[in-house]
Design a binder for this molecule. Structure first.
Ligand code: NHR
Ligand code: GAR
Length: 226
């Protein structure tokens, strides 16, 4: 049975498109069952059929909690196995996170625990970092603090600005997210409290995406493809 994936997105939706393409090519045994946005004009919404779209203008709601409650009901109605924040730019309240806890993932454009929050690329450049990248983590109420499943690393090059660096990171976000969702969709990934389990064993260090787009367990040479 194909895993049911709900995607939350606020903007362009290139990560959503990577999911859709991986499903079409047979690389990801899943189905996108809904795309949800706090921005009714988000390009991401147009990437799926009208019947799969849900959006509401968060600014029209009296409170964050009220928006979250409508969003959560809409997400739950499509009965997802996994809920993925892919460029979703609104902090989710505790009630939302707790309702989907354990099947809620986010892709974040930094090597967590470095640079949680916003403007990650500009901050990495300003600090003179040599490496930057992206992380896929389980979402917990505390922002960008959930357990990291996997990361992809890119170099920071001389002359980079936030735009050139974000493009280099985005290029690895797509295979990273698809690779993690393959593990999730095939039932190999679980969150138990603050630890991640892969194939029923605790994962103490985040997986790494190699240059061929394959995830590896980093502990102990030779590192094992997963
Ligand atoms: N919610 C929780 N509870 N925990 C996380 O880890 C979350 C989350 C919601 C979204 C994605 C995220 C990221 O990858 C994410 C992770 C929005 C903001 C933010 O400050 C920060 C991080 C992330 C998403 N948003 C402002 C807000 O007030 C609005 C900014 C804007 O609209 O431009 O919600 O880093
Ligand atoms: C991606 O780089 C994603 O990591 C980032 O926004 C971009 C969305 O691109 N997410 C955040 O910054 C979350 N705070 P996309 O809409 O083309 O997938």
């Amino acid at each position: 049975m194909a895993a049911r994936i709900a995607v939350l997105a606020s903007g362009r939706g290139s990560n959503l498109q990577a999911i859709i393409d991986a499903i079409s090519s047979g690389e990801l045994p899943a189905e996108v069952v809904g795309v949800f946005s706090d921005k009714p004009a988000a390009t991401a919404l147009a990437r799926v059929a009208p019947g799969l779209r849900w959006s509401a203008d968060a600014r029209a709601y009296p409170s964050r909690e009220a928006f979250d409650a409508d969003l959560a009901d809409a997400v739950a109605a499509c009965q997802p196995d996994w809920v993925v924040c892919a460029g979703y730019m609104r902090i989710l309240g505790d009630a939302f996170v707790n309702r989907f806890r354990g099947r809620l993932l986010n892709i974040h454009p930094s090597l967590l625990p470095h640079y949680p929050g916003l403007r990650t690329h500009a901050r990495a450049i300003a600090d003179g970092r040599r490496e930057h990248g992206a992380s896929v983590h389980f979402v917990i109420p505390e922002l960008d603090a959930g357990s990291v499943v996997a990361q992809a690393v890119v170099p920071v090059l001389a002359g980079d600005d936030a735009e050139t660096l974000s493009a280099r990171v985005l290029a690895v976000e797509h295979p990273l997210l698809v690779a993690v969702l393959r593990l999730a969709a095939s039932g190999r990934l679980a969150e138990h409290g603050t630890t991640i389990q892969l194939d029923g064993h605790p994962l103490f260090t985040a997986l790494r995406l190699d240059s061929a787009g394959v995830l590896h367990a980093p502990d102990g040479p030779p590192s094992v493809p997963v």
